[in-house]
Design a protein around this ligand. Structure first.
Ligand code: HSE
Length: 314
Protein backbone atom coordinates (compact mmCIF):
# COMPACT_ATOMS: atom_id res chain seq x y z
CA UNK A 1 0.00 0.00 0.00
CA UNK A 2 1.44 3.36 -1.01
CA UNK A 3 -1.43 5.78 -0.56
CA UNK A 4 -3.77 6.48 2.29
CA UNK A 5 -6.45 8.97 3.31
CA UNK A 6 -6.56 9.98 6.95
CA UNK A 7 -9.38 11.67 8.84
CA UNK A 8 -7.82 13.66 11.67
CA UNK A 9 -10.15 14.92 14.41
CA UNK A 10 -10.30 18.23 16.20
CA UNK A 11 -9.49 17.96 19.90
CA UNK A 12 -10.20 19.88 23.09
CA UNK A 13 -7.16 20.20 25.34
CA UNK A 14 -6.91 21.13 29.03
CA UNK A 15 -10.47 20.03 29.85
CA UNK A 16 -10.87 22.94 32.26
CA UNK A 17 -8.87 21.82 35.33
CA UNK A 18 -6.48 19.52 33.42
CA UNK A 19 -4.07 22.08 31.97
CA UNK A 20 -1.63 20.31 29.62
CA UNK A 21 -2.75 16.85 30.80
CA UNK A 22 -6.35 16.04 29.81
CA UNK A 23 -7.80 16.19 26.31
CA UNK A 24 -10.56 14.70 24.22
CA UNK A 25 -11.18 13.97 20.55
CA UNK A 26 -14.23 15.23 18.64
CA UNK A 27 -16.11 13.63 15.74
CA UNK A 28 -16.20 16.97 13.93
CA UNK A 29 -14.73 19.10 12.60
CA UNK A 30 -11.98 16.95 11.09
CA UNK A 31 -9.18 17.39 8.58
CA UNK A 32 -8.59 15.13 5.60
CA UNK A 33 -5.06 14.18 4.66
CA UNK A 34 -3.91 12.37 1.53
CA UNK A 35 -0.51 10.78 2.08
CA UNK A 36 1.58 9.02 -0.56
CA UNK A 37 4.78 7.06 -0.06
CA UNK A 38 7.28 7.49 -2.89
CA UNK A 39 10.77 6.45 -3.88
CA UNK A 40 11.62 10.08 -4.40
CA UNK A 41 13.36 11.05 -1.12
CA UNK A 42 12.16 13.95 1.01
CA UNK A 43 8.81 15.31 2.10
CA UNK A 44 6.61 17.42 -0.12
CA UNK A 45 3.40 19.24 0.71
CA UNK A 46 1.72 19.43 -2.68
CA UNK A 47 -1.37 21.35 -1.71
CA UNK A 48 -3.12 22.78 1.33
CA UNK A 49 -6.85 23.41 0.83
CA UNK A 50 -8.61 25.90 3.11
CA UNK A 51 -6.80 28.46 5.25
CA UNK A 52 -3.33 29.46 4.14
CA UNK A 53 -0.57 27.72 6.07
CA UNK A 54 3.20 27.78 5.70
CA UNK A 55 4.73 24.95 3.66
CA UNK A 56 8.15 25.85 5.05
CA UNK A 57 9.48 22.75 6.92
CA UNK A 58 10.53 24.88 9.88
CA UNK A 59 7.04 26.32 10.28
CA UNK A 60 4.70 23.51 9.19
CA UNK A 61 3.74 21.12 11.99
CA UNK A 62 2.85 18.18 9.69
CA UNK A 63 6.20 18.50 7.93
CA UNK A 64 8.18 18.69 11.18
CA UNK A 65 6.46 15.67 12.74
CA UNK A 66 6.81 13.56 9.60
CA UNK A 67 10.46 14.53 9.16
CA UNK A 68 11.22 13.30 12.66
CA UNK A 69 9.48 9.99 11.99
CA UNK A 70 11.26 9.56 8.66
CA UNK A 71 14.69 10.32 10.16
CA UNK A 72 14.08 7.78 12.91
CA UNK A 73 12.85 5.14 10.42
CA UNK A 74 15.84 5.59 8.14
CA UNK A 75 18.25 5.46 11.08
CA UNK A 76 16.67 2.28 12.46
CA UNK A 77 16.81 0.63 9.05
CA UNK A 78 20.23 2.02 8.10
CA UNK A 79 18.79 3.81 5.09
CA UNK A 80 19.77 7.17 3.71
CA UNK A 81 17.42 9.24 1.59
CA UNK A 82 15.54 6.20 0.31
CA UNK A 83 11.98 7.11 1.08
CA UNK A 84 9.81 10.11 0.45
CA UNK A 85 6.31 11.25 1.29
CA UNK A 86 3.93 13.57 -0.51
CA UNK A 87 0.85 15.00 1.06
CA UNK A 88 -2.24 17.08 0.45
CA UNK A 89 -4.00 18.61 3.43
CA UNK A 90 -7.66 19.59 3.49
CA UNK A 91 -7.86 21.84 6.54
CA UNK A 92 -11.38 21.99 7.95
CA UNK A 93 -10.03 22.86 11.40
CA UNK A 94 -8.97 26.51 11.39
CA UNK A 95 -5.39 27.13 12.49
CA UNK A 96 -5.32 29.10 15.74
CA UNK A 97 -8.87 28.07 16.66
CA UNK A 98 -7.90 26.26 19.87
CA UNK A 99 -9.36 22.93 18.78
CA UNK A 100 -6.16 21.23 17.77
CA UNK A 101 -5.59 22.23 14.17
CA UNK A 102 -1.81 21.69 14.26
CA UNK A 103 -2.29 18.49 16.28
CA UNK A 104 -4.66 17.09 13.63
CA UNK A 105 -2.05 17.72 10.91
CA UNK A 106 0.93 16.34 12.79
CA UNK A 107 -0.88 13.39 14.39
CA UNK A 108 -2.57 12.57 11.07
CA UNK A 109 0.60 12.41 8.98
CA UNK A 110 2.67 10.37 11.45
CA UNK A 111 -0.22 7.95 11.95
CA UNK A 112 -0.62 7.56 8.17
CA UNK A 113 3.12 7.25 7.50
CA UNK A 114 3.39 4.56 10.16
CA UNK A 115 0.74 2.48 8.37
CA UNK A 116 2.44 3.00 4.99
CA UNK A 117 5.75 1.85 6.51
CA UNK A 118 4.25 -1.33 8.01
CA UNK A 119 3.61 -0.07 11.58
CA UNK A 120 7.21 0.12 12.90
CA UNK A 121 6.30 2.62 15.67
CA UNK A 122 4.05 2.27 18.70
CA UNK A 123 1.48 4.79 19.92
CA UNK A 124 3.81 6.57 22.36
CA UNK A 125 6.44 6.99 19.63
CA UNK A 126 3.83 8.41 17.27
CA UNK A 127 2.71 10.85 19.96
CA UNK A 128 6.33 11.95 20.44
CA UNK A 129 6.74 12.63 16.70
CA UNK A 130 3.47 14.54 16.62
CA UNK A 131 4.51 16.59 19.68
CA UNK A 132 7.38 17.92 17.59
CA UNK A 133 4.74 19.35 15.25
CA UNK A 134 3.19 21.09 18.26
CA UNK A 135 6.57 22.58 19.15
CA UNK A 136 6.85 24.05 15.65
CA UNK A 137 3.30 25.43 15.79
CA UNK A 138 3.34 26.88 19.30
CA UNK A 139 6.82 26.67 20.79
CA UNK A 140 5.74 24.03 23.30
CA UNK A 141 5.62 20.27 22.78
CA UNK A 142 2.42 19.62 24.73
CA UNK A 143 0.63 16.31 24.10
CA UNK A 144 -2.91 17.03 25.27
CA UNK A 145 -4.18 17.49 21.69
CA UNK A 146 -2.08 14.90 19.82
CA UNK A 147 -2.71 12.13 22.39
CA UNK A 148 -6.52 12.15 22.06
CA UNK A 149 -6.23 12.65 18.28
CA UNK A 150 -4.17 9.44 18.03
CA UNK A 151 -5.73 7.39 20.84
CA UNK A 152 -9.31 8.65 20.64
CA UNK A 153 -11.67 9.36 23.53
CA UNK A 154 -10.38 11.14 26.60
CA UNK A 155 -6.70 10.90 27.49
CA UNK A 156 -4.68 11.77 30.58
CA UNK A 157 -0.96 12.52 30.58
CA UNK A 158 0.39 11.29 33.91
CA UNK A 159 3.93 12.34 33.05
CA UNK A 160 5.79 14.03 30.19
CA UNK A 161 9.18 12.58 31.13
CA UNK A 162 8.91 9.70 30.70
CA UNK A 163 5.84 10.09 28.52
CA UNK A 164 3.08 8.15 30.26
CA UNK A 165 -0.41 8.49 28.80
CA UNK A 166 -3.57 6.63 29.63
CA UNK A 167 -7.01 6.58 28.10
CA UNK A 168 -9.85 7.52 30.45
CA UNK A 169 -13.39 6.21 30.41
CA UNK A 170 -15.68 8.54 28.51
CA UNK A 171 -19.39 8.18 29.12
CA UNK A 172 -21.32 7.66 25.85
CA UNK A 173 -23.76 10.41 26.63
CA UNK A 174 -21.11 13.11 26.94
CA UNK A 175 -21.48 15.65 24.13
CA UNK A 176 -19.45 18.74 23.35
CA UNK A 177 -20.61 22.18 22.15
CA UNK A 178 -17.97 24.51 20.76
CA UNK A 179 -17.89 28.13 19.71
CA UNK A 180 -14.92 29.35 17.75
CA UNK A 181 -14.76 33.16 17.80
CA UNK A 182 -12.80 34.41 14.81
CA UNK A 183 -10.10 36.19 16.77
CA UNK A 184 -6.48 35.19 16.91
CA UNK A 185 -4.89 33.93 20.12
CA UNK A 186 -1.48 32.37 19.61
CA UNK A 187 -0.79 29.44 21.93
CA UNK A 188 2.72 30.81 22.46
CA UNK A 189 1.26 34.15 23.68
CA UNK A 190 -1.41 32.43 25.78
CA UNK A 191 1.35 30.45 27.50
CA UNK A 192 3.57 33.47 28.09
CA UNK A 193 0.91 35.29 30.12
CA UNK A 194 0.54 32.44 32.63
CA UNK A 195 2.06 32.71 36.10
CA UNK A 196 5.20 30.70 36.74
CA UNK A 197 4.26 30.07 40.38
CA UNK A 198 0.91 29.22 41.91
CA UNK A 199 -0.46 29.35 45.42
CA UNK A 200 -0.69 26.13 47.42
CA UNK A 201 -4.41 26.77 48.07
CA UNK A 202 -5.04 26.98 44.30
CA UNK A 203 -3.01 23.83 43.64
CA UNK A 204 -5.07 21.96 46.26
CA UNK A 205 -8.33 23.05 44.65
CA UNK A 206 -7.06 22.19 41.18
CA UNK A 207 -5.85 18.66 41.95
CA UNK A 208 -9.06 18.02 43.90
CA UNK A 209 -10.99 18.93 40.76
CA UNK A 210 -8.82 16.79 38.47
CA UNK A 211 -9.14 13.73 40.69
CA UNK A 212 -12.89 14.24 41.03
CA UNK A 213 -13.30 14.76 37.27
CA UNK A 214 -11.62 11.41 36.59
CA UNK A 215 -13.75 9.74 39.29
CA UNK A 216 -16.88 11.37 37.83
CA UNK A 217 -16.07 10.03 34.36
CA UNK A 218 -15.63 6.47 35.63
CA UNK A 219 -18.75 6.63 37.80
CA UNK A 220 -20.68 8.33 34.96
CA UNK A 221 -21.65 10.73 37.72
CA UNK A 222 -22.65 13.84 35.77
CA UNK A 223 -23.14 15.95 38.87
CA UNK A 224 -19.58 15.21 40.03
CA UNK A 225 -18.26 15.91 36.48
CA UNK A 226 -20.11 19.20 36.54
CA UNK A 227 -18.74 20.25 39.95
CA UNK A 228 -15.19 19.34 38.87
CA UNK A 229 -15.18 21.48 35.73
CA UNK A 230 -13.48 24.38 37.50
CA UNK A 231 -10.06 25.92 36.80
CA UNK A 232 -8.63 28.33 39.36
CA UNK A 233 -5.19 28.61 37.76
CA UNK A 234 -5.28 29.19 33.99
CA UNK A 235 -8.82 30.28 33.16
CA UNK A 236 -8.84 33.49 35.28
CA UNK A 237 -5.89 34.73 33.20
CA UNK A 238 -6.71 33.48 29.71
CA UNK A 239 -10.45 34.23 29.85
CA UNK A 240 -9.70 37.96 29.62
CA UNK A 241 -8.72 37.34 25.96
CA UNK A 242 -12.12 35.90 24.97
CA UNK A 243 -15.15 38.17 24.40
CA UNK A 244 -18.18 37.34 26.62
CA UNK A 245 -16.43 34.31 28.12
CA UNK A 246 -18.23 34.39 31.46
CA UNK A 247 -21.59 35.17 29.85
CA UNK A 248 -21.12 32.03 27.72
CA UNK A 249 -20.33 29.95 30.79
CA UNK A 250 -23.20 31.23 32.89
CA UNK A 251 -25.90 31.08 30.18
CA UNK A 252 -24.82 27.66 28.87
CA UNK A 253 -24.97 26.24 32.39
CA UNK A 254 -28.40 27.82 32.93
CA UNK A 255 -29.73 25.91 29.88
CA UNK A 256 -28.31 22.62 31.18
CA UNK A 257 -24.60 22.36 30.28
CA UNK A 258 -22.51 20.49 32.85
CA UNK A 259 -19.78 23.08 32.52
CA UNK A 260 -16.84 23.90 30.32
CA UNK A 261 -14.17 26.45 29.64
CA UNK A 262 -11.48 27.48 27.21
CA UNK A 263 -10.64 24.88 24.58
CA UNK A 264 -6.86 24.56 24.55
CA UNK A 265 -5.40 28.04 24.60
CA UNK A 266 -8.53 29.55 23.03
CA UNK A 267 -10.21 31.40 21.51
CA UNK A 268 -12.68 28.49 21.24
CA UNK A 269 -14.88 27.84 24.24
CA UNK A 270 -16.41 24.42 24.85
CA UNK A 271 -19.19 23.09 27.03
CA UNK A 272 -19.95 19.49 28.00
CA UNK A 273 -23.52 18.26 28.21
CA UNK A 274 -25.31 15.04 29.00
CA UNK A 275 -26.89 14.05 25.69
CA UNK A 276 -27.22 15.43 22.22
CA UNK A 277 -30.45 17.35 22.90
CA UNK A 278 -29.00 19.55 25.64
CA UNK A 279 -25.74 19.95 23.71
CA UNK A 280 -27.67 21.37 20.73
CA UNK A 281 -29.51 23.82 23.01
CA UNK A 282 -26.16 24.86 24.48
CA UNK A 283 -24.73 25.46 21.00
CA UNK A 284 -27.77 27.62 20.22
CA UNK A 285 -27.15 29.71 23.34
CA UNK A 286 -23.54 30.18 22.18
CA UNK A 287 -24.85 31.31 18.78
CA UNK A 288 -27.36 33.70 20.37
CA UNK A 289 -24.69 35.36 22.52
CA UNK A 290 -22.17 35.78 19.72
CA UNK A 291 -24.74 36.94 17.14
CA UNK A 292 -25.00 40.17 19.17
CA UNK A 293 -21.22 40.78 19.06
CA UNK A 294 -19.16 42.20 16.23
CA UNK A 295 -17.04 39.03 16.04
CA UNK A 296 -17.39 36.30 13.42
CA UNK A 297 -17.73 32.79 14.78
CA UNK A 298 -18.43 29.12 14.01
CA UNK A 299 -20.14 26.59 16.23
CA UNK A 300 -20.00 22.80 16.38
CA UNK A 301 -21.85 20.10 18.31
CA UNK A 302 -20.12 16.74 18.52
CA UNK A 303 -20.02 13.54 20.52
CA UNK A 304 -16.66 12.37 21.82
CA UNK A 305 -14.76 10.53 19.10
CA UNK A 306 -13.83 7.23 20.73
CA UNK A 307 -11.55 6.05 17.93
CA UNK A 308 -9.49 9.14 17.13
CA UNK A 309 -7.79 9.06 13.74
CA UNK A 310 -9.47 7.02 11.02
CA UNK A 311 -8.07 5.98 7.67
CA UNK A 312 -8.81 4.28 4.40
CA UNK A 313 -6.73 2.91 1.57
CA UNK A 314 -6.88 4.93 -1.66
N1 HSE B 1 -2.31 22.69 26.74
C1 HSE B 1 -2.03 23.61 25.69
C2 HSE B 1 -2.19 25.02 26.23
C3 HSE B 1 -2.99 23.37 24.56
O1 HSE B 1 -3.23 25.30 26.81
O2 HSE B 1 -1.28 25.84 26.09
C4 HSE B 1 -2.84 24.29 23.41
O3 HSE B 1 -3.79 23.92 22.41
Amino acid sequence: MNAIKIFAPATVANLVCGFDIIGLALDYPKDEIYLYKSNNPGIRINKIYGPSLPKDPKKNSAFAALQLLLNKYEKLNKLKNNIGFEMELIKNIYPGSGIGSSAASSAGVVFGANILLGNPFNTIQLIRFAMEGERVASGSAHADNVAPAIMGGLTLIRSYDPLDITKLHSPNELWVSIIHPEIEIKTSDARKILKKNILMKDAIQQWGNIGALVAGLYQENYSLISRSLEDVIVEPIRSTLIPSFYELKVKCKEIGALGGGISGSGPSVFMLSKGNKIAKKVTKVMNDIYSTLKVGYNTYTSPINQKGLKWKKI
